[in-house]
Write a protein that binds this ligand. Structure first.
Ligand code: FES
Length: 262
């Protein structure tokens, strides 16, 4: 199939936060290659919005290979668009015609509150599913886990904060590995624990760290180590989400050490 470039009119749902009223806004995606994926087309629109000093459109994604299931939006009234069995990251622009108007909205379900624009809260926690007649059995399992002081009854894989969210990747007796996403223009404080060291590796975006009277900028692929007992203020001053991996080692790594700033 030959490649061509197309122009589109986008009607995109914009919403600043969970409890803020949203609205549809119009954007023009010009000169879009039909070889691009839908998310790459949104990247192009976001680049222009950033150049125009406007907030880019926030949307969920991770692998961009149709594997993780993180991406998703409703395109022209259909979840992930009209191509059957295709995730949004695998939907290609060759399925659109020059001059099309495309309406892009987040999932609209009570169980998935909107975090910002097209990004929704997905609870990645484990579920115990049973038939209606066996619900007492589920209660017994939860009670048994509680009795054994198992962390499954109190810890959550994805924790939503006012400044972004934290996803736990792995944890053990003396360590915890988490993926932390900080929304554009958000900031937070890490209050260091005397018996805990923390290391951050930036995957996407830019972080501005303030330690005492010193400031450090961290960009993609750079890392930072915070010694036990030290505190730091972290700012995402950019217009894109900041994503980093945190490795905490020591005592009490399960305790949350982040505070919203201000
Ligand atoms: S980003 Fe992973 S499936 Fe689309």
């Amino acid at each position: 199939m030959s490649t061509k470039n197309i122009d589109l009119t986008l009607k995109v749902w914009r919403q600043k936060g969970t409890n803020v009223r949203g609205r549809i806004e119009t954007y023009y995606a010009k000169n879009i290659s039909t070889d691009m994926s839908f998310l790459e087309m949104l990247d192009v629109v976001n680049e222009q919005l950033t150049l125009d000093e406007k907030d880019p459109i926030v949307f969920d994604h991770d692998c961009r290979e149709g594997i993780c299931g993180m991406c998703g939006a409703v395109v022209n009234g259909r979840p992930h668009g009209k191509e059957q069995g295709t995730t949004l990251c695998q939907l290609h622009m060759r399925h659109f015609d020059n001059g099309d108007t495309v309406v892009i909205e987040p999932w609209r379900a009570r169980a998935f509150p909107i975090l910002k624009d097209l990004a929704v809260v997905e609870t990645a926690d484990a579920l115990l599913v049973s038939s209606l007649s066996n619900t007492q059995g589920v209660k017994k399992i939860v009670d048994a886990l509680k009795k054994d002081n198992r962390k499954e009854t109190r810890s959550h894989i994805k924790i939503i904060q006012s400044w972004g969210f934290i996803e736990t990747i792995d944890s053990g007796e003396n360590f915890q590995v988490r993926k932390v996403t900080v929304l554009p223009n958000a900031s937070l404080n890490l209050n260091g624990h005397l018996c805990q060291a923390v290391n951050w590796n930036v995957l996407e975006g830019k972080a501005l760290l303030h330690i005492g009277d010193k400031s450090i900028e961290l960009i993609t692929h750079q890392s930072f180590s915070l010694d036990a007992g030290k505190s730091v203020k972290l700012e995402n001053t950019s217009r894109m989400p900041l994503v980093f991996i945190e490795i905490a080692s020591g005592i009490d790594t399960g305790k949350d050490h982040f505070d919203a700033n201000g």
